[in-house]
Design a protein around this ligand. Structure first.
Ligand SMILES: [Zn+2]
Length: 328
């Protein structure tokens, strides 16, 4: 990996998620010098602006108040990476939120903002097992399904700035409704919520005994680790539901391989972390059926390796590269 910072220069990576926020200070050797993590809970006493600033300030404090050169941010979108304005995030309740300006006004350094899944894909690419690849697709199935696309070592933003919405690829024309208003999106068929809905129905009628006994039928409780435990405990219909969802993701991966011809596809997020081998097995099975043989030959399908640190690392790396280009 090319050096973009001197060893004694520092940048901050910030991950703003629907449930938690995390900031980490890195030096030029990409060592983690200090971090701060808080819930994404905003109130009248501490609105979003103040809380985000506090997370970054406390991470810098934890790093011994080193001077920082810039801040990279991964945020839920849609957002405009050029202006750093978050356009609309239903989870956080933001509309036209000037995230980059808030941070650059307070910390007096350059700030760049990009979609969290783009940034996570970038992190996995720079620091994970795919460093040697020039073309990478990232897919992160969780509560929703996000994607990031790197072509010729660059993140693809497209005309709108929001390219890579893999979760809203139509898989089944007359399928279930999606949060975006369309029917049959990958997310509506294969997200953790889609799986939980089906599993809750199984539990309610006695066909998923482990789930019924351990977490009931509330969708919010049927999380990835519960699904993994239920499968281990022998809830065979739960396994079938999870495998089918993973297969749907594999259909999307097959389509993306046909269109983009990536060298590698990286899959992350809670479902993959909890059930890596079962999940990847189904994805690979679908890819064999749905990607063209010539295009799928030699394509690596890998599980993400950085877990919760993918976004902060990717964001820090992105601002460091941005600063190094500006220097030249
Ligand atoms: Zn959708």
């Amino acid at each position: 990996m090319k050096d973009v910072l001197k060893d004694d220069e520092h940048v901050v990576g910030l991950d703003i998620g629907g449930t938690k926020m995390m900031a980490v200070v890195y030096n030029g050797k990409w060592q983690d010098l200090g971090r701060c993590k808080k819930k994404s809970k905003f109130s009248k006493e501490e609105p979003a602006e103040a809380r985000i600033i506090r997370v970054v300030s406390e991470a810098i404090e934890a790093a011994g108040n080193v001077p920082i050169k810039g801040i990279g941010v991964g945020s839920p979108g849609p957002l405009d990476p050029v202006s750093g304005i978050v356009i609309d995030t239903p989870n956080l309740g933001w509309k036209n939120f000037p995230l980059a300006k808030i941070l650059s006004d307070r910390f007096k350094v350059p700030v760049i903002v990009d979609n969290d899944v783009n940034v996570g894909t970038y992190g996995e690419w720079c620091f994970g097992v795919l460093k040697d690849c020039a073309h990478v697709v990232g897919i992160f199935p969780g509560t929703g399904i996000g994607g990031g696309i790197i072509i010729d070592k660059k993140l693809l933003h497209g005309f709108s700035g929001a390219a890579g919405e893999v979760g809203h690829m139509t898989i089944q024309e007359d399928g279930p409704f999606c949060g975006c208003g369309k029917r049959g999106c990958l997310e509506a068929l294969a997200s953790r919520i889609a799986i939980a809905k089906e599993v809750a129905a199984l539990a309610a009628r006695g066909d998923a005994p482990y789930v019924a006994a351990n977490c009931g039928t509330d969708l919010r409780n049927i999380r990835s680790n519960v699904l993994a435990q239920a499968i281990k405990a022998g809830d065979t219909l739960v396994e079938e539901v999870v495998r089918k969802a993973a297969y749907y993701v594999g259909i999307a991966v097959g389509n993306l391989i046909n269109i983009l011809s990536p060298e590698a596809v990286v899959l992350g997020g809670g479902l993959v972390e909890a059930m890596e081998s079962l999940y990847l097995e189904e994805v690979k099975r679908a890819v064999k059926v749905h990607a063209m043989p010539f295009l799928r030959k030699g394509v690596r399908i890998e599980a993400a390796r950085l877990g919760d640190d993918a976004v902060v690392r990717g964001a820090a790396r992105m601002i460091a590269e941005h600063l190094s280009v500006k220097k030249k």
